[in-house]
Ligand binder design. Structure first.
Ligand SMILES: [Zn+2]
Ligand SMILES: [Zn+2]
Length: 341
């Protein structure tokens, strides 16, 4: 039997003819990186190749690394294998990685979202023979409302908190969700203040994406200046002494998991807004159809259920286990990992 173009090994997704890995989870010589979330871009590789918008993000997270940034669709030739990066629409700089060798094409989705959020370069389906897809929200129960609708709810919630003389504290992951929300909030309602973890990431992303003005909360920030305004903080700030400065406040979280009954209570927030940076069930199916792929490999998320459904639809589908689990970790633990929704 012919060796597959991409193999799942204990270090990550391996392309043998080029001797490189895609989003490896153990240190390797050369890594192609789909995006900046910590489960996909790990520390310790000899060389990183990624989309140029992701370069400042992983430099911020990983420090002095050897990294090459490339443009969308720009070919990267390694030992006769042609690699290229294509928009995944998940967060700014997130890519699908296309791999072509001797007429055969594989695409690794990384994490992706089919709805255009206005900030990340919109997802584009890429034709291929084999598609490696994430399945974070691969259950029929996940069906997102259009972004506009959800943002209207969030702005209405903020305006309501302001009318009552309270601070609106919105929890969002510091890389991705936070900047997406910032770009969509109605700044005519009031000022936006940020937790340091989010503001540090904003400073990095301002190099590559337009964001509204925000104010970093410091020791000097007065309680009264926060009242009626919106504070954006990472989920880990909830329940910490940091939040006392916001009293009186209302809390909300924006995540795909808020679609789950009980998720809002579990996170102990007053409001839950269903807003995800991943595809919902229909989004996954539509995207997969658009690739024209006959073979589909399902990774992190509800991969078993999703692969079985694809098989029933006539696809040659199977699952592979990986160590990408940022989004799943959020539901499994009470202390959600930062930077992954
Ligand atoms: Zn991600
Ligand atoms: Zn992922």
């Amino acid at each position: 039997m012919k060796r597959p173009l991409l193999e799942f090994t204990d270090k990550g997704i391996y392309c043998a003819p080029a001797d490189v890995y895609l989003d490896p989870w153990k240190p390797v010589k050369k890594a192609l990186i789909s995006h900046g979330h910590s489960d996909h871009s790990r520390w310790g590789h000899g060389r990183y190749i990624t989309h140029k918008q992701n370069v400042p993000i992983i430099r911020h997270r990983l420090g002095e690394i050897e990294v090459t940034g490339v443009d969308w669709t720009e070919p990267v030739h390694i030992a006769g294998v042609k690699f290229s990066f294509h928009p995944a629409g998940h967060i700014v700089g997130s890519s699908q990685i296309r791999v072509e060798y001797r007429g055969e094409v594989w695409v690794f989705s990384g994490d992706y979202k089919s709805e255009d959020d206005g900030l990340a370069t919109p997802y584009e389906p890429v034709r291929c023979h084999t598609f490696i897809t994430e399945c974070t929200f691969g259950l029929p129960a996940f069906s997102w409302r259009p972004q506009k609708e959800v943002i209207d709810q969030i702005n209405t919630w903020w305006a309501g908190a302001r009318a009552e003389g309270r601070t609106a504290v919105l929890f969002a992951y510091s890389l991705g969700k936070a900047q997406r929300l910032l770009s969509l909030l109605d700044t005519s309602i009031g000022e936006i203040y940020t937790h340091g973890a989010i503001e540090n990431m904003n400073e990095v992303l301002r190099e590559v994406a337009p964001l509204p003005p925000t104010r970093r909360i410091t020791r000097e920030t007065q309680k009264k200046e926060l009242t009626g305004n919106l504070v954006m903080a990472p989920p880990s700030a909830h329940g910490s002494p940091w939040i006392r400065k916001m009293v009186p406040y209302e809390t909300a979280a924006a995540s795909g998991w808020m679609a789950f009954r009980g998720a809002r209570r579990r996170r102990a927030v007053d409001r839950g807004f269903v807003l995800s940076d991943h595809c919902d069930w229909e989004g996954l199916l539509k995207s997969i159809r658009a690739t024209g792929a006959e073979r589909v490999i399902c990774t992190h998320g509800y991969s078993e259920i999703f692969a079985r459904y694809l098989q029933e639809q006539g696809y040659d589908a199977r699952t592979e286990s990986t160590q990408y689990e940022g989004e799943m970790a959020e539901m499994k633990s009470d202390e959600p990992e930062e930077e992954a929704s």
